[in-house]
Write a protein that binds this ligand. Structure first.
Ligand code: GTP
Ligand code: MG
Length: 596
């Protein structure tokens, strides 16, 4: 049980962590190896109303670490622009065994017309390895290049405000900032603004002195102006890296890229690939044909097609992932820019997207590599999974946030709900306090998937609005009896809503027919099990899932059919997917209610 003060949260672990100026609550929880909900509760007890994705100031985070008996070192000094000698950065936040190097994420900033876009184009056109550069239109506001066998991710300049906004939201997306200054123009108002933003973010900096091909270019003047702004470049005895370039003539680009890799190496940008998948939103838009398209840069782990993901205001299953060239991919790894299809709302730039267990839909996924048993339609692996899931998921949780008018009610409720605890059910009071139902209660409920129950407690107007937009339930009671009825009903309901995702069959695409209006019919033969109407089709190419969508048409020869069985040929259209190829595997999934 949790104590009343921070000294009681010591767990006796003995390790050290390195903290940046801010750390997300979820990151801190994984660093400490504690339940994030438990950590949120601890923070609330210390007076910090905070949600899982909020950034924690160094002082607070280090206090928590100390209380857990963990030594803390700061990287904020080492990260400062002036230092140049840093040996450790935010990459260390993810450090644990198995950490691997990750590509740096680079943002280009500078005054209008100083050559930011030309520089990005030049890098993209000269350093793309896939031969696709030049002719193709860039798809996402970010791309990766390969240089000296290493990847570097560039984000198109998002404007200074967006840069800082993202930072304010706790999204430490940029590892290295490139400050572009035109050598014929010198430091201009937006250059100074950019310097302030970079300094505030504590991001390592490289100055690219551009347009050196112009006769009136004066890079010494730029260096002098930089020194007047506390940025002393290396050849003036300081530690700020500066590179002379001509973005237009593609000169000095290698020098710049080498320095980017050098700064990345000094800062030991690392990640643990075992971490669960997260990404930071860089832009979001609605496309008439494809629906919501959200561009993200992967921050940890992997995002995979058919993963269930959530952000602050959106959720959904990943229906498809598109790389920077609009090509479908099965998964996206660390620092990779990728577009996600399948979210129900448009998140804001800077929002965090997280892979979550699909608990809200009570939907579980079975292995995609199983061999289908044609007799039962359920594989032995799936049957095993089913049992395992039931054992593990048998416990139905109901998380509650309780707000009351008097303290006595809290005690009565806490006692009464323990009566529901059994081998198959657990009621968990995430937070209980006297007072009104506030927006921070709603944030906490959203983070912890709780229902808010008020007892003679008023709901603040802002909380009501937030609850509505974020789909958080608020219940109001006058008598405990009605509340207990609700708990009973909810525990029962949750049990009934248990579904498992079962593979019912597999087919191989033999031929592809392009029919009217961009519709593609896949001619297939069922290799295992059965393909039936109403199923979700998972398109697998080279062992990677690249799309998930329903069947919009299923035929055997010319006839519409309900099912196509093993050994039989058929034709289908997968809704929203017209890029089917010969050799693709079509896996048919259905949700089946688990028997209790
Ligand atoms: P905004 O997006 O408007 O802030 O500008 P920007 O910083 O992206 O500048 P952009 O790349 O659009 O370049 C502005 C102008 O400068 C264009 O006409 C470029 O061709 C020119 N330019 C960029 N780099 C160079 C360079 O190295 N040499 C010369 N001579 N011209 C350059
Ligand atoms: Mg531009």
């Amino acid at each position: 049980m949790v104590g009343e003060n921070e000294n009681e949260i010591i767990s006796g672990q003995n390790k050290a962590v390195t903290l940046a100026s801010t750390t997300r609550v979820s990151d801190l929880a994984s660093m400490l190896g504690v339940d994030p909900v438990e950590l949120i509760k601890q923070l609330m007890r210390l007076g910090h109303m905070i949600t899982l994705n909020d950034p924690l100031e160094y002082e607070i985070a280090s206090k928590i670490c100390t209380a857990y008996g963990i030594d803390v070192t700061s990287v904020s000094d080492q990260q400062s622009i002036d230092s140049g000698e840093s040996s450790s950065t935010k990459g260390d936040l993810d450090l644990s065994q198995g950490a691997v190097e990750r590509p740096p994420v680079v943002t280009v900033l500078g005054h209008v017309d100083h050559g930011k876009t030309t520089l990005l184009d030049s890098i993209r056109n000269t350093k793309k390895v896939d031969g696709e550069a030049g002719g193709i239109t860039q798809h996402i506001g970010a791309y990766q290049v390969e240089y000296q066998d290493k990847s570097i991710t560039f984000i198109d300049t998002p404007g200074h405000e967006a840069f800082t906004e993202m930072r304010a939201r706790g999204a430490q997306l940029t590892d290295i900032a490139i400050l572009v200054v035109a050598a014929d123009d010198g430091l201009m108002p937006q250059t100074l603004e950019a310097i302030s933003h970079i300094k505030a973010a504590g991001t390592p900096l490289i100055v690219a002195i551009n347009k050196i091909d112009i006769p009136t270019a004066d890079s010494d003047k730029v260096k002098r102006q930089l020194s007047e702004n506390e940025l002393l470049v290396e050849d003036w005895g300081g530690d700020v890296i500066s590179v002379n370039i001509s973005a237009l003539k593609s000169e000095g680009i290698d020098d710049l890229l080498e320095n980017i890799l050098l700064v990345a190496e000094i800062n030991e940008l690392k990640t643990n690939p075992e971490l669960s998948g997260t990404g930071v939103v860089i832009e979001a838009k609605v496309d008439k044909a494809m629906g919501n398209i959200v561009s993200v840069i992967v921050q940890s782990g992997f995002l995979r097609v058919s993963d269930y993901i959530e952000s602050k205001n959106s959720k959904g299953k990943i229906r498809a992932l598109l790389d920077e060239n609009g090509k479908r991919v099965g998964k996206a790894g660390i620092s990779m820019p990728v577009e996600i299809l399948g979210l129900d709302n448009l998140p804001q730039p800077g929002d965090l997207i997280e892979v979550k267990p699909d608990s809200k839909n009570h939907k579980k996924k079975s292995s995609i590599n199983s061999n289908v048993n044609t007799q039962s339609g359920i594989t032995s692996t799936q049957a095993g999974n089913l049992l395992l899931q039931k054992n593990r998921e048998d416990l139905v949780f109901l998380n509650l946030i309780i707000k009351t008018d008097v303290i006595g009610t809290i005690e009565a409720i806490t006692k009464s709900v323990t009566a529901f605890d059994s081998e198959s059910a657990k009621v968990n009071i995430v937070h209980a306090a006297v007072g009104t139902i506030s927006p921070s209660d709603v944030s906490l409920a959203l983070t912890t998937e709780s229902v808010i129950c008020g007892f003679n407690a008023t709901t603040e107007a802002a909380a009501r609005t937030l609850a509505k937009t974020s789909d958080v339930e608020i219940k109001n009671y006058n008598v405990i009896y009605n509340f207990l009825e609700f708990v009973e009903e909810r525990l029962g309901k949750s049990k009934k809503a248990e579904f498992v995702d079962v593979i019912e069959g597999q087919a191989k695409v033999q031929e592809v027919f392009n029919v009217s209006k961009g519709r593609t019919v896949a001619g297939f033969v069922v290799t295992d099990g059965v393909i039936s109407r109403g199923a979700d089709i998972h398109v697998i190419r080279n062992n990677e899932e690249i799309f998930v969508g329903p069947i919009s048409s299923l035929k055997h020869y010319k006839d519409d059919v309900k099912q196509v069985r093993a050994g039989t040929e058929g034709g289908m259209v997968v809704e929203g997917f017209s890029e089917i190829e010969q050799g693709d595997v079509l896996e048919s999934h259905k949700l089946v209610e688990a028997q209790s």
